[in-house]
Ligand binder design. Structure first.
Ligand code: PLP
Length: 569
């Protein structure tokens, strides 16, 4: 029986037999002194050399963040390049079709038309949810690709994961899931399914949550065979030297991008609430993206009024099931206030627009204020540390829990740090770009150092905090962690591990991790654990540490005195 996951069989014949353009530098892995192979100008001006055709460094960083090997990542000149390549790889012009769930992003059908591929529209349901069976029924004998966009543009909603999986299970061609807006949701990316579904291509981009639309960098994440063929077909130097360098620079501090995405998410809710109470608004569709699809009684009037106030939004009223709808991107708080003020009833009657919008005191602007966060005194800190070996960013908030965001390039360390976030009941984000090609030493050590520093900074004067310990069974293993944030440093480690590695982390690095952490957090830390299974033992240690930390940092009553007879810790 033919293997339906054999992607080669899905390629156009001319692509399957294509010999790629190769450069002399592809074949040579070592650093050379003199480059006389590419007819470049030898005089340096910053851009006289061709850029990395494989964008190696950028892919290594993305590999850490996306938790997938570099070989599964293709980088294009925007997602648009990846969309075009999907047609060029898999769809013979003039005799193939694609199915897309509409309404959706316009580039799929434009790229299809350019490649002479027939477009078959499969309508989403009235609430824009995915009807997998109805979509599958639209597939024809020559359908090579299905395009899904989740969260969908322009409707803003996520598509049902089970429905997407149903399509992956029942369609033998290529399924593309465009996740341009995935960073604005709580939903897991489909990237983790690529191992199970080699015919899945997930598109992401640096244009939206990452704030790099001007750099034109999009990702296609897929089976390494597909990635390799896409790389063969693309222009050799498709991403410029300056764009690669700028993206690497901006990505070194991913937490500030995540922070802005959080801010945009909370503004999205505030804007939606504000719009919903405006008279001329019929409906604000729920959104998992950084925009809102809004249906107006008279969308032309709303559009014109915004236009007169110098605000441009997107008229999507001609899209399927989007009659009367404008798509409004979430802006800064000030920009969103302007939108609300311009559209609010008071402006409607007086025809006001522009500069005096702030004086509007209608219900819309009440709503605008309601969602604003008060600057409560939460104990937060962010730390960034960069050495020749690692770049580590850590952010903590001891007074608010949010799902941890951990990416260190080490799967087991990620798993353990997530335990500190979940079981510590704190916000914990840790990103580490390290020299993992050497080994895991610097990454593990530097994460501990920055985590310790960051927790210490967040604790501030330690008002109201306690000294605690926790003992925890983990299947057959048992772990006890005693923690005193009193400022003295003492470290005790009584943990016997059986194997040289746990997952992808060297077993000996865990003692080192907690020792560095205790030195930088300035705490007494006594850890004792035993059991049969190393994974259970270490998971027990991290959870018990998280529990002890949770109790130790809890402020029992506001600014109660420091729990020490000395009055200071
Ligand atoms: C914005 C957007 C993209 C991103 O395109 P780039 O070319 O990477 O800027 C991709 N897909 C959808 C659905 C979008 O809305």
């Amino acid at each position: 029986m033919e293997d339906k996951n054999n992607i080669r069989r899905l390629l156009r014949d001319n692509i399957a037999s294509l010999a790629p353009y190769s450069t002399a530098r592809d074949d040579c892995r070592v650093q050379m002194d003199i480059y006389l192979d590419a007819n470049e100008n030898p005089y340096p001006n910053g851009v006289n050399r061709y850029p990395s055709p494989h964008q190696t460094r950028l892919k290594e960083m993305l590999s850490v963040l996306k938790k997938i090997p570099s070989e599964n990542i293709f980088l294009g000149n925007g997602s648009d390049e990846a969309i075009d390549l999907v047609f060029r790889l898999f769809c013979p012009p003039g005799r193939s079709s694609m199915v897309q769930a509409v309404p959706t992003y316009g580039m799929y059908s434009v790229a299809a038309a350019i490649n002479d591929v027939r477009v078959i529209d499969a309508p989403l349901r009235e609430n824009f949810s995915l009807d997998a069976d109805s979509l599958l029924s639209k597939v024809e004998h020559d359908t090579k690709v299905i395009f899904l966009c989740s969260p969908n543009n322009p409707s803003g909603n996520l598509l049902d994961r089970d429905g997407i999986i149903r399509i992956l299970d029942n369609f033998d061609g290529i399924t593309v899931v465009d996740e341009a807006y995935i960073d604005f949701t709580e939903e897991e990316s489909m990237v983790s399914l690529i191992g199970r579904y080699p015919r899945l291509i997930v598109l992401q981009t640096l244009s939206k949550a990452w704030g790099m639309a001007g750099l034109r960098i999009g990702l296609a994440i897929s089976d390494k065979f597909t990635v390799e063929v896409m790389s063969r077909v693309k222009y050799p130097y498709n991403i410029s030297l300056l764009n690669q360098a700028k993206a690497e620079e901006l990505m070194r501090d991913p937490l500030s991008a995540y922070e802005k995405a959080e801010e945009i998410k909370s503004e999205r809710e505030r804007l939606a609430t504000g719009l919903a109470v405006i008279d001329s608004v019929v409906k604000v569709y729920p959104s998992d993206a950084n925009f809102l699809l809004v249906q107006f009684k008279d969308k032309d009037m709303a559009f014109d009024r915004l236009m007169q106030a110098g605000i441009i939004v997107r008229d999507r009223s001609s899209a399927y099931m989007c009659a009367g709808c404008l798509r409004i991107t979430v802006g800064t708080p000030e920009e969103n206030d302007r939108v609300l003020a311009v559209l609010s009833d008071k402006c409607a009657s007086s025809g006001c627009a522009g500069s005096d919008a702030d004086s509007s005191d209608g219900k819309a602007s009440d709503a605008a204020m309601a969602g604003r966060q008060a600057g409560a005194a939460e104990r937060c800190a962010s730390c960034f540390r960069r050495t020749g070996e690692t770049a580590v960013s850590v952010r903590v908030n001891l007074d608010k829990f949010r799902k941890p965001r951990i990416a260190t390039g080490l799967a087991f360390l990620n798993h353990m740090l997530e335990q500190i976030g979940w079981h510590g009941g704190i916000t914990l984000d840790v990103i580490c770009f390290g020299d993992l090609a050497t080994d895991d030493h610097h990454s593990v050590e530097d994460v501990a150092i920055v985590l310790g520093d960051c927790l210490k900074e967040a604790l501030g004067n330690k008002a109201g905090i306690g000294r605690y310990g926790f003992s925890l069974p983990m299947d057959e293993a048992e772990a006890t962690v005693l923690l005193d944030l009193g400022g003295r440093i003492d470290f005790l480690w009584d943990v016997t591990l059986h194997e040289p590695k746990i997952g992808d982390v060297s077993a000996q690095m865990f003692r080192h991790f907690f020792k560095s952490l205790s030195e930088h957090l300035c705490c007494n830390l006594h850890i004792k654990a035993a059991g049969d299974n190393d994974h259970h033992i270490m998971e027990g240690v991290f959870k018990a540490f998280a529990r002890a930390l949770r109790m130790a940092v809890r402020q029992e009553h506001g600014a109660s005195p420091v729990p020490s007879s000395k009055g200071a810790l």
